[in-house]
Design a protein around this ligand. Structure first.
Ligand SMILES: NC(=O)c1ccc[n+]([C@@H]2O[C@H](COP(=O)([O-])OP(=O)(O)OC[C@H]3O[C@@H](n4cnc5c(N)ncnc54)[C@H](OP(=O)(O)O)[C@@H]3O)[C@@H](O)[C@H]2O)c1
Length: 246
Protein backbone atom coordinates (compact mmCIF):
# COMPACT_ATOMS: atom_id res chain seq x y z
CA UNK A 1 0.00 0.00 0.00
CA UNK A 2 1.31 3.46 -0.84
CA UNK A 3 -0.58 6.67 -0.02
CA UNK A 4 -0.43 8.75 3.16
CA UNK A 5 -1.49 7.79 6.68
CA UNK A 6 -1.62 9.98 9.80
CA UNK A 7 -1.36 8.12 13.12
CA UNK A 8 -2.26 9.83 16.38
CA UNK A 9 -0.74 7.94 19.30
CA UNK A 10 2.25 6.80 17.26
CA UNK A 11 5.16 6.94 19.70
CA UNK A 12 4.99 3.34 20.95
CA UNK A 13 2.86 0.20 21.19
CA UNK A 14 0.27 -0.52 18.49
CA UNK A 15 0.70 2.97 16.97
CA UNK A 16 4.46 2.55 16.48
CA UNK A 17 3.92 -0.95 15.05
CA UNK A 18 1.36 0.50 12.63
CA UNK A 19 3.88 3.15 11.59
CA UNK A 20 6.52 0.47 10.92
CA UNK A 21 4.03 -1.68 9.00
CA UNK A 22 2.82 1.18 6.80
CA UNK A 23 6.36 2.45 6.18
CA UNK A 24 7.37 -1.05 5.04
CA UNK A 25 4.51 -0.81 2.50
CA UNK A 26 5.88 2.47 1.11
CA UNK A 27 3.32 4.70 2.83
CA UNK A 28 4.10 8.33 3.69
CA UNK A 29 3.41 9.03 7.34
CA UNK A 30 2.37 11.74 9.77
CA UNK A 31 3.09 10.73 13.38
CA UNK A 32 1.66 12.50 16.42
CA UNK A 33 1.61 12.03 20.20
CA UNK A 34 3.00 13.77 23.30
CA UNK A 35 6.52 12.30 23.45
CA UNK A 36 8.67 14.40 21.11
CA UNK A 37 11.86 12.34 21.44
CA UNK A 38 10.20 8.96 20.84
CA UNK A 39 8.41 10.34 17.77
CA UNK A 40 11.58 11.84 16.29
CA UNK A 41 13.50 8.63 16.89
CA UNK A 42 10.81 6.54 15.20
CA UNK A 43 10.52 8.99 12.29
CA UNK A 44 14.30 8.88 11.71
CA UNK A 45 14.29 5.06 11.83
CA UNK A 46 11.48 4.81 9.27
CA UNK A 47 13.02 7.36 6.89
CA UNK A 48 16.32 5.53 7.01
CA UNK A 49 14.95 1.99 6.68
CA UNK A 50 12.20 2.59 4.14
CA UNK A 51 13.05 5.89 2.41
CA UNK A 52 9.54 7.25 2.94
CA UNK A 53 8.51 10.80 3.94
CA UNK A 54 7.75 10.85 7.68
CA UNK A 55 6.57 14.01 9.44
CA UNK A 56 6.28 14.15 13.23
CA UNK A 57 4.55 16.60 15.59
CA UNK A 58 3.71 16.65 19.27
CA UNK A 59 0.04 16.62 20.21
CA UNK A 60 -1.86 16.03 23.44
CA UNK A 61 -5.36 14.87 22.45
CA UNK A 62 -6.65 16.04 25.87
CA UNK A 63 -5.95 19.64 24.86
CA UNK A 64 -9.02 19.51 22.71
CA UNK A 65 -8.73 23.05 21.31
CA UNK A 66 -5.23 22.49 19.97
CA UNK A 67 -6.06 19.23 18.18
CA UNK A 68 -7.66 20.83 15.10
CA UNK A 69 -4.85 23.34 14.34
CA UNK A 70 -2.06 20.82 14.95
CA UNK A 71 -3.77 18.12 12.87
CA UNK A 72 -4.54 20.65 10.14
CA UNK A 73 -0.87 21.76 10.09
CA UNK A 74 0.28 18.15 9.79
CA UNK A 75 -2.17 17.37 6.98
CA UNK A 76 -1.14 20.50 5.07
CA UNK A 77 2.52 19.48 5.34
CA UNK A 78 1.67 16.08 3.89
CA UNK A 79 -0.68 17.31 1.13
CA UNK A 80 -3.11 14.54 0.16
CA UNK A 81 -3.96 12.40 3.23
CA UNK A 82 -5.72 9.08 2.69
CA UNK A 83 -6.17 7.70 6.23
CA UNK A 84 -6.24 9.16 9.76
CA UNK A 85 -5.96 6.67 12.64
CA UNK A 86 -7.17 7.77 16.09
CA UNK A 87 -5.11 5.37 18.20
CA UNK A 88 -4.11 7.40 21.31
CA UNK A 89 -5.43 5.75 24.44
CA UNK A 90 -4.81 5.08 28.12
CA UNK A 91 -6.11 2.61 30.65
CA UNK A 92 -7.12 3.34 34.21
CA UNK A 93 -7.92 0.79 36.89
CA UNK A 94 -9.66 1.78 40.08
CA UNK A 95 -11.94 0.36 42.76
CA UNK A 96 -15.52 1.57 42.38
CA UNK A 97 -16.40 3.82 45.31
CA UNK A 98 -12.86 5.02 45.98
CA UNK A 99 -13.89 8.53 44.95
CA UNK A 100 -11.22 8.84 42.27
CA UNK A 101 -13.51 10.09 39.53
CA UNK A 102 -10.60 12.22 38.27
CA UNK A 103 -8.99 9.02 37.03
CA UNK A 104 -12.12 8.09 35.06
CA UNK A 105 -12.22 11.60 33.66
CA UNK A 106 -8.62 11.27 32.37
CA UNK A 107 -9.51 8.02 30.61
CA UNK A 108 -12.67 9.39 29.00
CA UNK A 109 -11.01 12.68 28.05
CA UNK A 110 -8.26 10.78 26.26
CA UNK A 111 -10.00 7.75 24.77
CA UNK A 112 -13.33 9.31 23.88
CA UNK A 113 -13.17 13.11 23.71
CA UNK A 114 -9.56 13.08 22.49
CA UNK A 115 -10.43 10.55 19.78
CA UNK A 116 -13.50 12.59 18.79
CA UNK A 117 -11.34 15.73 18.48
CA UNK A 118 -8.89 13.87 16.22
CA UNK A 119 -11.67 12.34 14.14
CA UNK A 120 -13.41 15.71 13.80
CA UNK A 121 -10.24 17.36 12.51
CA UNK A 122 -9.77 14.46 10.06
CA UNK A 123 -13.35 14.69 8.78
CA UNK A 124 -13.04 18.48 8.28
CA UNK A 125 -9.95 17.86 6.12
CA UNK A 126 -11.57 14.96 4.24
CA UNK A 127 -14.70 17.00 3.48
CA UNK A 128 -12.49 19.63 1.79
CA UNK A 129 -10.45 16.95 0.07
CA UNK A 130 -13.71 15.22 -0.98
CA UNK A 131 -12.65 11.85 0.34
CA UNK A 132 -10.66 9.99 2.95
CA UNK A 133 -10.74 7.24 5.55
CA UNK A 134 -11.16 7.58 9.33
CA UNK A 135 -10.01 4.73 11.59
CA UNK A 136 -10.65 4.51 15.33
CA UNK A 137 -8.92 2.06 17.65
CA UNK A 138 -11.55 0.80 20.07
CA UNK A 139 -11.29 -2.50 22.02
CA UNK A 140 -13.09 -5.78 22.63
CA UNK A 141 -14.03 -4.18 25.97
CA UNK A 142 -16.56 -2.20 23.90
CA UNK A 143 -18.59 -5.43 23.85
CA UNK A 144 -18.12 -6.59 27.46
CA UNK A 145 -17.06 -4.38 30.33
CA UNK A 146 -13.83 -5.23 32.16
CA UNK A 147 -14.18 -5.24 35.96
CA UNK A 148 -11.96 -2.52 37.49
CA UNK A 149 -11.85 -0.71 34.14
CA UNK A 150 -15.37 0.64 33.85
CA UNK A 151 -14.37 4.02 32.45
CA UNK A 152 -12.02 2.41 29.91
CA UNK A 153 -14.73 -0.05 28.77
CA UNK A 154 -17.31 2.75 28.59
CA UNK A 155 -14.95 5.00 26.61
CA UNK A 156 -14.42 2.25 24.03
CA UNK A 157 -18.11 1.30 23.78
CA UNK A 158 -18.90 4.97 23.20
CA UNK A 159 -16.13 5.32 20.60
CA UNK A 160 -17.44 2.29 18.70
CA UNK A 161 -20.96 3.76 18.69
CA UNK A 162 -19.67 7.21 17.70
CA UNK A 163 -17.87 5.74 14.70
CA UNK A 164 -20.91 3.67 13.68
CA UNK A 165 -22.98 6.86 13.61
CA UNK A 166 -20.26 8.70 11.70
CA UNK A 167 -20.07 5.99 9.04
CA UNK A 168 -23.74 6.47 8.18
CA UNK A 169 -23.46 10.25 8.31
CA UNK A 170 -20.51 10.26 5.90
CA UNK A 171 -21.72 7.50 3.57
CA UNK A 172 -22.40 9.90 0.70
CA UNK A 173 -19.25 11.98 1.25
CA UNK A 174 -16.69 9.45 0.00
CA UNK A 175 -15.32 9.16 3.56
CA UNK A 176 -14.89 5.59 4.84
CA UNK A 177 -14.97 4.71 8.55
CA UNK A 178 -13.31 1.70 10.17
CA UNK A 179 -13.60 0.76 13.82
CA UNK A 180 -10.94 -1.62 15.12
CA UNK A 181 -11.46 -3.86 18.16
CA UNK A 182 -8.16 -5.31 19.39
CA UNK A 183 -8.08 -8.12 21.93
CA UNK A 184 -5.21 -8.04 24.43
CA UNK A 185 -1.95 -6.81 22.93
CA UNK A 186 1.51 -6.95 24.51
CA UNK A 187 2.30 -3.27 24.96
CA UNK A 188 3.13 -1.03 27.92
CA UNK A 189 -0.42 0.33 28.19
CA UNK A 190 -0.80 -1.63 31.44
CA UNK A 191 1.51 -3.86 33.49
CA UNK A 192 1.79 -7.54 32.57
CA UNK A 193 -0.19 -7.38 29.34
CA UNK A 194 1.51 -10.62 28.29
CA UNK A 195 -0.44 -12.45 31.01
CA UNK A 196 -3.88 -11.58 29.61
CA UNK A 197 -5.77 -14.22 27.59
CA UNK A 198 -4.49 -14.68 24.03
CA UNK A 199 -2.19 -11.64 24.35
CA UNK A 200 -0.85 -10.89 20.87
CA UNK A 201 2.27 -9.19 19.52
CA UNK A 202 1.71 -5.59 18.47
CA UNK A 203 3.40 -6.21 15.09
CA UNK A 204 0.98 -9.02 14.21
CA UNK A 205 -1.98 -6.88 15.24
CA UNK A 206 -0.65 -3.95 13.19
CA UNK A 207 -0.34 -6.14 10.09
CA UNK A 208 -3.97 -7.23 10.39
CA UNK A 209 -5.14 -3.66 10.99
CA UNK A 210 -3.20 -2.40 7.95
CA UNK A 211 -4.74 -5.15 5.78
CA UNK A 212 -8.22 -4.30 7.07
CA UNK A 213 -7.68 -0.60 6.34
CA UNK A 214 -6.50 -1.44 2.82
CA UNK A 215 -9.76 -3.32 2.26
CA UNK A 216 -11.79 -0.50 3.89
CA UNK A 217 -13.40 -2.93 6.37
CA UNK A 218 -16.14 -1.33 8.48
CA UNK A 219 -15.36 -3.39 11.57
CA UNK A 220 -12.22 -5.26 12.51
CA UNK A 221 -11.54 -7.61 15.39
CA UNK A 222 -7.79 -8.24 15.81
CA UNK A 223 -6.11 -10.62 15.95
CA UNK A 224 -8.83 -12.33 13.91
CA UNK A 225 -8.04 -15.64 15.61
CA UNK A 226 -9.23 -16.30 18.24
CA UNK A 227 -11.25 -13.11 18.77
CA UNK A 228 -13.62 -13.28 15.78
CA UNK A 229 -14.63 -16.73 17.06
CA UNK A 230 -14.77 -15.74 20.74
CA UNK A 231 -16.58 -12.43 20.33
CA UNK A 232 -20.10 -13.83 19.86
CA UNK A 233 -19.61 -15.87 23.07
CA UNK A 234 -18.03 -12.99 25.00
CA UNK A 235 -21.36 -11.29 25.60
CA UNK A 236 -22.92 -14.41 27.11
CA UNK A 237 -19.96 -15.58 29.24
CA UNK A 238 -20.95 -15.73 32.92
CA UNK A 239 -19.88 -12.75 35.07
CA UNK A 240 -18.06 -15.16 37.39
CA UNK A 241 -15.72 -16.27 34.59
CA UNK A 242 -14.94 -12.69 33.52
CA UNK A 243 -14.25 -11.77 37.17
CA UNK A 244 -11.82 -14.67 37.50
CA UNK A 245 -9.78 -13.50 34.49
CA UNK A 246 -9.49 -9.92 35.81
N1 LIG B 1 -2.76 -3.12 24.39
C1 LIG B 1 -3.96 -3.65 24.40
O1 LIG B 1 -4.20 -4.76 24.92
C2 LIG B 1 -5.13 -2.93 23.75
C3 LIG B 1 -6.32 -3.64 23.58
C4 LIG B 1 -7.40 -3.01 22.99
C5 LIG B 1 -7.30 -1.69 22.57
N2 LIG B 1 -6.13 -1.02 22.75
C6 LIG B 1 -6.08 0.38 22.31
O2 LIG B 1 -5.05 0.55 21.38
C7 LIG B 1 -4.55 1.89 21.45
C8 LIG B 1 -3.04 1.85 21.60
O3 LIG B 1 -2.74 1.21 22.82
P1 LIG B 1 -1.32 0.55 23.13
O4 LIG B 1 -1.59 -0.74 23.78
O5 LIG B 1 -0.44 0.61 21.94
O6 LIG B 1 -0.82 1.55 24.27
P2 LIG B 1 0.59 2.26 24.56
O7 LIG B 1 1.70 1.38 24.18
O8 LIG B 1 0.51 2.79 25.93
O9 LIG B 1 0.55 3.48 23.50
C9 LIG B 1 -0.42 4.48 23.64
C10 LIG B 1 -0.14 5.56 22.60
O10 LIG B 1 -1.12 6.62 22.81
C11 LIG B 1 -0.42 7.85 22.96
N3 LIG B 1 -1.16 8.72 23.88
C12 LIG B 1 -1.64 8.46 25.12
N4 LIG B 1 -2.23 9.55 25.64
C13 LIG B 1 -2.12 10.52 24.70
C14 LIG B 1 -2.51 11.88 24.66
N5 LIG B 1 -3.14 12.47 25.68
N6 LIG B 1 -2.27 12.59 23.53
C15 LIG B 1 -1.63 12.02 22.48
N7 LIG B 1 -1.22 10.74 22.46
C16 LIG B 1 -1.45 10.01 23.57
C17 LIG B 1 0.95 7.46 23.54
O11 LIG B 1 1.92 8.42 23.19
P3 LIG B 1 2.53 9.56 24.16
O12 LIG B 1 2.69 9.00 25.53
O13 LIG B 1 3.81 9.90 23.47
O14 LIG B 1 1.55 10.68 24.08
C18 LIG B 1 1.23 6.18 22.77
O15 LIG B 1 1.75 6.47 21.49
C19 LIG B 1 -5.27 2.54 22.64
O16 LIG B 1 -6.37 3.30 22.16
C20 LIG B 1 -5.77 1.35 23.42
O17 LIG B 1 -6.89 1.65 24.22
C21 LIG B 1 -5.04 -1.61 23.33
Amino acid sequence: MTGTVVIVGASRGIGASLAREFASRGTRLGLLSRNHDQLQELAAELRQQHGVQVEAATLDVCEHNSVQPIMQGMMQRLGQVDVVIANAGVTGRRRAGDGNVTEDRRVIETNLLGAIAVIDAAVAHFRQQQGGHVVGISSISAFRGIPGSGAYSASKAALTNYLDALRMELADKNIAVTVVHPGFVKTDIAPNMEKYPFAADADKVAREIADGIRHKKKNLVVPKFPWSLLLPALKSLPDSLIRKVF
